[in-house]
Design a protein around this ligand. Structure first.
Ligand SMILES: N[C@@H]1[C@@H](O)[C@H](O)[C@@H](COP(=O)(O)O)O[C@@H]1O
Length: 245
């Protein structure tokens, strides 16, 4: 794992956006695995800015998103579909037919998971997968468990995740209890993984996930076994591992 330290969120976001930008420039028809949450917002802002300056072209880029809440319609402002359009897709020239996100409104979980696995199969591999991390070490919505879930599946969100995400909803009862997420195998198959982590409250999980044992109890720990991971983090997130780097 290569670690790139940013001074703060802004610096970290620019450094991480540069890595995605290099991917798009060197491979215009690349497949980007995209993520939501507050961590990648700064990256998307940089990419939009460079697109507006004519430095980036998304016309051949294909994308697959990691996850989506089950039961939220696309036009709900907390759905990940809405988030992606708000921060990136509506602001660049990516073609709608090249965008892939799990369909949170499909009630039949087996059907939706099979469909999304097929999408991932047909797209022929992710070139660069962007990832954030949850406080309990989840990636996408792969929550801590007894085994690594391999492919797209429907998860029951943990209390910790519901708690962390309730800040975006009016009432706690509005936070969806389930989500569709790409599995660990699909994430690990990406050629390159770009992980972004910001803030003091993630410092503990950074240490546990990347300097502790590989275990499904900390899903992100599996990334220790991938041969091309770049962790871009700010000084706060790296504060507990300074002497280990
Ligand atoms: N499913 C998303 C994850 O993909 C994301 O990494 C995590 C952390 O979000 P944040 O960046 O807001 O801390 O939140 C959600 O649970």
């Amino acid at each position: 794992m290569r670690v790139i330290k940013g001074k703060d969120y802004k610096d970290m976001s620019r450094k991480a956006a540069n890595i995605i930008s290099a991917e798009i420039i060197t491979k215009p028809d690349c497949v980007l695995g995209l993520a939501t949450g507050s961590s990648p917002i700064g990256i998307y802002e940089n990419l939009v800015h460079w697109y507006e300056q004519d430095d980036l072209d998304f016309s051949q880029v294909r994308s697959v998103n990691l996850d989506e809440y089950k039961g939220l319609p696309k036009d709900n402002d907390q759905s990940y579909d809405y988030f992606m359009h708000q921060y990136l897709f509506n602001k660049v020239n990516i073609k709608p037919e090249n965008i892939n996100i799990p369909n949170g409104m499909e009630e039949d979980a087996q059907k939706e998971c099979a469909r999304y696995n097929q999408v991932l199969e047909e797209i022929g591999g992710v070139d660069l997968q962007l990832l954030g991390i949850g406080h309990n070490g989840h990636i996408g919505f792969n929550e801590p468990g007894e085994a690594f879930e391999k492919e797209t599946h429907c998860v029951d969100l943990t209390e910790s995740t519901i708690n962390a995400n309730k800040r975006f909803f009016e009432k706690e009862e509005d936070v969806p209890r389930q989500a569709y997420t790409m599995g660990i195998k699909s994430i690990m198959k990406a050629k390159k993984i770009l992980l972004i982590i910001s803030g003091k409250e993630k410092a503990g999980i950074v240490k546990e996930a990347f300097f502790g044992p590989v275990t499904p109890k900390v899903p992100a720990s599996i990334l220790q076994l991938h041969n091309d991971v770049i962790l871009v983090a700010d000084a706060d997130a790296l504060s507990e591992v300074e002497d280990l780097l």
